[in-house]
Design a protein. Structure first.
Length: 513
């Protein structure tokens, strides 16, 4: 629930009646307690400082409603108070107004009037929360950007506790490739909205988010979270298949965010190097120090392949190198550093052999590589192999095999994503050539059209699933990339001469003997 309310009255019938007979949940309100005097109310408020509204009787033993209102005004000024009283006394009402009481209602309480007053207060609270979020967002932007401005905002909000988490998009570059600036903005708005909605669904709490980098969404929940709530939050956000999630390990104050954000980033770097979707930030997380270590043999093989124009060999070396990165869970920062080092080393080596001095030329790895947006081994490998081809072209080492390389890259991409609705134009964009030219050389090199090749991959995968699993045919069709059942059956029959059901039955008969 978004709002929390405490009910205080020394008459149990009234106290429980207000608590249980009004459908508070319909108004997004949770009753955190129903107590019988002001002293108990003070204890409850101390335990639950997140309470938004207190409804209290005015005449009670120990601590009365006015004394309780004075305590709240001094110690918890954000809590709103509604007083209900059996006394139509002007002095009481005047004192209540001085104490900042929002409403003064007479018994017997008109339920509709009470609910209307509470709804007005929740509307005010929501407006203030939105204003507060704007101020906090401004404060956080200053924190993250490491500026020292506007400490007044930080000091003003120091009492507010936030639970931070960070999300990233898996395969970010692929998801935004070809999109306009407006489309990317829309994509990010949907991403932010999805995360905040999932938080709201689980916690019923306000959260706010800002993009601190191209592929980093920092989200802060305005609530202390226990272990159970963190688990629910993790599970709900995990359901968003494209997201990688770094959870905070504790609730922090605004002033702690600058240092804590660095911990989230370090943990995020580690998450990108392991086969997981979610991780929790922790001081105890063992992240390997940055080390440029790789087998010297790989460097030698790569240099030989480049010098002697052995294209197949240098692509094989690239595959070997990145397989080594994956197996040893190299951080993506390390991968970028090693690739940059290898390219620079080769150019220096080439010059050292007495060849002419190499004129500067553009390489992917000469520029800053943001590992949060280029956030997979596959993306970094593609960039590395593009740089190898650029070096060969610029150094005059090879011109004949460009088309072969383009198709090899295209086939790698197709084999990785054929289960998704990929098109020839998408793959052409990946290898940076026109769709028409791609279609022409693809057919020349493979003997098949793009659609024939993709459908054959899908059918072969379907045959495997039909023979090795008991999944329904419709599920298999969807799993291998066919989203129209009728079309799947048609294509399957074209390649195998039988329907998927006939194929499964035939396989089962042969298996049975």
């Amino acid at each position: 629930m978004s709002y929390k309310i405490l009910i205080v009255d020394d008459e149990p019938i009234i106290c429980q009646g207000l608590s249980q007979t009004i459908p508070w949940e319909n108004y997004d309100i949770e009753v955190v307690g129903a107590v019988y005097n002001g002293k108990e109310a003070i204890n409850q408020i101390s335990i639950h400082p997140e309470i938004d509204i207190v409804i209290t009787d005015i005449r009670m033993p120990n601590v009365d409603g006015l004394e309780l209102s004075a305590f709240i005004k001094t110690n918890f000024p954000n809590i709103r108070v509604i007083i209900i009283s059996g006394y139509d006394d002007f002095e009481y009402a005047k004192r209540a107004i001085k104490l900042g009481v929002k409403d003064y209602l007479l018994k017997p309480v008109d339920i509709d009037e009470l609910v209307d007053n509470v709804k007005k207060i929740t509307t005010e609270i929501e407006k203030e929360r939105r204003q507060q979020v704007d101020l906090l967002t401004s404060s956080i932007i200053k924190q993250i950007s490491l500026t020292n401005e506007d400490h007044g905002i930080l000091k003003e909000h120091e009492h507010i506790r936030i639970y931070p988490l960070m999300t990233m998009q898996r395969d970010y570059q692929r998801r935004v490739r070809g999109l306009t600036t407006e489309d990317i903005d829309l994509f990010k708005k949907k991403w932010m909205g999805s995360v905040e909605k999932r938080i709201g669904d689980v916690l019923g709490e306000n959260s706010f988010s800002i993009f601190t980098d191209e592929n980093i969404l920092l989200t802060c929940v305005m609530k202390e979270l226990d272990e159970n709530e963190t688990g629910k939050l993790e599970k709900n956000i995990e359901n968003e298949d494209s997201l990688l999630l770094v959870l905070g390990d504790r609730t922090i104050s605004i002033s702690e965010l600058k240092d804590y954000y660095k911990k989230l980033l370090d943990t995020g770097r580690y998450l990108l190097s392991i086969n997981k979707k979610t991780i929790m930030a922790s001081d105890q997380l063992c992240v390997r120090k940055f080390e440029h270590q790789y087998p010297q043999e790989i460097e030698n093989l790569l240099f030989d392949a480049l010098l002697y124009k052995k294209k197949v060999d240098y692509l094989n070396v690239s595959h070997t190198l990145f397989a080594y990165f994956k197996e040893n869970q190299f951080l993506l920062d390390e991968v970028v550093g090693i690739c940059r080092e290898l390219l620079v080393k080769f150019i220096n080596y080439y010059e050292s052999l007495g060849r002419k001095k190499v004129q500067p030329f553009a390489l992917n790895y000469k520029n800053h590589v943001n590992i949060f947006s280029h956030n997979s081994y596959e993306i970094l490998q593609k960039m590395f192999e593009e740089d190898l081809v650029t070096i060969i072209e610029k150094l005059g080492l090879d011109h004949e095999e460009t088309n072969d390389w383009l198709i090899e890259r295209a086939l790698e991409y197709i084999r990785q994503f054929y289960r998704e609705p990929i098109k020839a134009s998408e793959v052409a964009n990946v290898v940076n050539i026109s769709a028409n030219y791609f279609s022409t050389i693809f057919r020349q090199k493979t003997g098949k059209t793009f659609n024939e090749y993709v459908n054959l991959l899908r059918v072969n995968e379907a045959r495997k699933l039909l023979s090795e699993t008991s999944l329904r045919v419709g599920v298999i069709a969807n799993n291998v990339g066919f989203h129209e059942y009728k079309y799947f059956v048609e294509v399957f029959k074209k390649f195998t001469g039988m329907t998927p059901t006939e194929y499964r039955n035939l396989y089962n008969r042969e298996l049975g003997g």
